[in-house]
Write a protein that binds this ligand. Sequence first.
Ligand code: COA
Length: 260
Amino acid sequence: MKFDTILVAKNNALAQITINRPKKLNALNSAIIHELSEAFKVLEEDKNIKVIILTGAGDKAFVAGADISEFAHFSVDEGGSLARKGQEILFNLIENLSKPVIAAINGFALGGGLELAMACHFRIASDNAKMGLPEVSLGVIPGYGGTQRLPQLVGKGKAMELIMTASMIPADDAKNCGLVNHVTTLEELLPLAEKLASKIMRNSSVAITGAIKAINANFKDGVNGFDTEIEEFGTCFGTQDFKEGTTAFLEKRKANFPGN
Ligand code: COA
């Protein structure tokens, strides 16, 4: 995979995508959005890859937002289309990806950057990270899912406050309100992401795909999450992973999941 704005590295079953525009604090322009979308699609199809880590280049920013210079002169229609297309081709794609995606937030995660991290399945952050949705300070609202995903993670009242005040919160506060799961030093951030990824990889990848679907179903309009869970639970019984997992338990050995 050859990209201009992102780096994609593979190490056995782990893939790492690094947004590589550090001079502009990895601000999301249209090229990055399209390349990220492409990379996630390719990695989803790659049978060898089990977990994906998403991070930003440099030691200052994960992503400092959507590229303000790209949309500053947009019309109403162009603004609406920017949000719609971005949500469709990237943010919703990541959220519904069949493989776990961990955001390793290595600095500023603002606006579209925090929205990108929130589209990932869970987040960890370095202790220099600062997070927020400052869009109202620019006269706009979050448009890449921030008004929906932030309340899901931190609750409605906290999300209202963060969005209305356009505040940037430090990593520890983000952990206290459930926005990130772990905080560590910048040096330890990727090792921690890799450790979590390898823990995930020991488990059944088909069961994990089912779990992602069932958890996400809770947040989809018109979908009954309990029904999705029942369906996905039943589906597991037809998989080789289920046979291996239950057999290994009964034989008192570690499971070696085939992943199908
Ligand atoms: N869009 C476009 N360019 C951005 C950007 C964004 N969201 N965030 C940072 N940059 C650019 C800056 O314009 C600057 O470019 P330049 O060197 O060519 O002037 C470069 O990245 C470095 O940023 P700078 O502002 O000089 O760094 P800083 O350490 O002084 O401040 C921030 C860091 C994150 C506080 C500041 O860059 C900022 O407020 N960014 C915008 C955050 C935002 O509102 N995001 C939501 C967008 S919807």
